[in-house]
Design a protein around this ligand. Structure first.
Ligand code: FES
Length: 471
């Protein structure tokens, strides 16, 4: 309810862009309860009615049970009254037992438990969202609002199997072990009779009515993600930080019915066709796979990259088509039996190496992969920290996140300086010290990546936990 102009007048010293406050405010607005209730959290009226009906049944069952127990206690009390005791001791004992029942009933009926509020909140949340457990992985997520099971699972960072996302291919087939699902989108794919009897459903076109247990396999690494070809549309293209920036933020959007399945940290080949010839180049995706329609790329001005030159020339505008192939690469989060690695995560980025690292950080925070993330970002050019405000906003908003900006005069020394900065925060004594307990993700120019690996080897840090990508 407060305009930004008023805020700027009241707090003239605050620079919302540089401080990262702008992103923080956007995040707060996104997560604001009222907005979420209206736009995201409320399920369709049919699903709401089914959930309320199920809760009504549960309540009726509880009432019936409660009445039985109450009747039982009253009968017991009457029975006690009818008993005649032959001696005084027995009569006293019967009287005490009667009083005990009387007091107990009075206490139970008169008590208002402080935990009632929590139980009520829990019941309300059960109506607003459904809890899903996936077997055999044990991963869990909540389905909110009108979301399909697939959308809610992908948003929660799960690597569920799917193809079209539109009810046509059948790749999102999963077995419902328990709970109730309901179709929310039309689908052309037809399940066989035997699949229906076994409880199979299409995740992309069904939502959860009650809490659900699903049985399905999830991708465990890049080998499980098929190569895809999709034509996307340019949603926007603009300098990342001011008109003089040498980095463009390219936002592509896939068709609603043809989303791109990829893992955080992977790359895509982008292709442009036109009267001036064909241009293509491969770039890391700079956004999280939890939004598989909106893909972001950081394109640096590079004289040797004709695709980038084309974008910087202004020849490509919003609405234009760009072909996508991929995804490629194995610069992805390590997986363990639990959701992902729980070790501290260190991200060492140099210049544009930030793009795949951003995707990894967003994914790691979406799945709550660890309680310790540190980003060291080395800049070797004036606009090297082109999204520093985003990093500051993470540091502000996430307890587990730390941001360390670094500067180097040239690419030759930046690897050594990066390792020095990391070693200032971590011991390397013994077989790599506490650095050996971290998962390290390294991305940047080839010379930088080689130098960091070399320096770590000299220090005796094992490279087995290091994942690198040349950008
Ligand atoms: S993803 Fe193709 S049918 Fe569900």
């Amino acid at each position: 309810m407060i305009s930004t102009d008023d805020l700027a007048r009241l707090y003239p010293d605050v620079d919302p862009v540089e401080s990262g406050d702008f992103e923080r405010v956007v995040r707060i607005k996104e997560e604001a309860f009222g907005r979420r209730v209206h736009e995201r959290m409320l399920p369709s009226s049919e699903v709401l009615a089914q959930r309320l009906f199920a809760q009504g049944q549960e309540l009726a069952d509880l009432r019936r049970h409660l009445k039985h127990y109450h009747d039982l206690v009253i009968n017991l009390q009457n029975h006690l009254h009818d008993l005649s005791a032959s001696d005084q001791t027995q009569a006293l004992l019967l009287k005490q037992l009667d009083q005990f029942l009387e007091d107990g009933l009075a206490e139970v009926l008169g008590r208002s438990d402080a935990n009632d509020n929590l139980a009520i909140l829990d019941d309300v949340l059960k109506i607003m969202s459904a809890h899903v457990i996936v077997r055999p992985s044990g991963h869990e997520f909540f389905v909110e609002g009108h979301d399909s099971l697939l959308k809610a699972g992908v948003r929660a960072g799960l690597m569920l199997n799917y193809g079209c996302g539109n009810g046509n291919c059948g790749l999102c087939k999963a077995r419902v072990v328990s709970g109730e699902v309901r179709q929310v989108q039309p689908c052309d794919y037809v399940l066989s009779e035997s699949e229906k009897q076994q409880g199979y459903t299409l995740l992309c076109s069904h939502t959860a009515v009650s809490d659900v247990v699903l049985e399905t396999l999830e991708a465990s690494g890049p080998a499980d993600i098929p190569e895809q070809r999709i034509v996307a549309q340019v949603k926007s293209i603009a300098p990342v930080s001011g008109q003089a920036s040498d980095t463009l933020l390219l936002h592509l959007q896939t068709p609603r019915s043809n989303r791109l399945r990829f893992l955080a940290g992977q790359s895509l080949t982008l292709g442009l066709a036109g009267s001036q010839g064909d241009f293509s180049a491969t770039y890391p995706v700079a956004s999280c796979p939890c939004d598989d329609r909106n893909l972001l790329f950081h394109i640096h001005r590079d004289a040797g990259d004709s695709f980038a030159q084309r974008l910087f020339s202004g020849a490509v505008r919003s609405g234009e088509a760009i072909s996508l192939w991929g995804p490629w690469g194995d610069f992805v989060l390590r997986q363990t039996a639990s959701h992902a690695a729980s070790q501290p995560l260190l991200f060492l980025a140099c210049d544009d190496g930030f793009a795949p690292v951003k995707s990894l950080i967003e994914h790691a925070t979406a799945i709550e992969a660890t309680d310790s993330i540190t980003l060291y970002w080395m800049a070797t050019r004036p606009d090297g920290h082109y999204l520093a405000n985003q990093c500051r906003a993470w540091a502000e908003a996430l307890d587990e996140f730390r941001y360390v900006p670094l500067f180097a005069d040239d690419i030759a020394s930046c690897g050594r300086q990066m390792v020095q900065a990391v070693c200032t925060d971590h011991s390397t004594a013994g077989s790599g010290g506490d650095l050996a307990a971290c998962d390290v993700y390294l991305a940047g120019p080839g010379d930088f990546v080689d130098a960091v690996k070399r320096e770590f080897s000299v220090l005796g840090v094992p490279l087995s936990r290091l994942c690198a990508m040349v950008v």
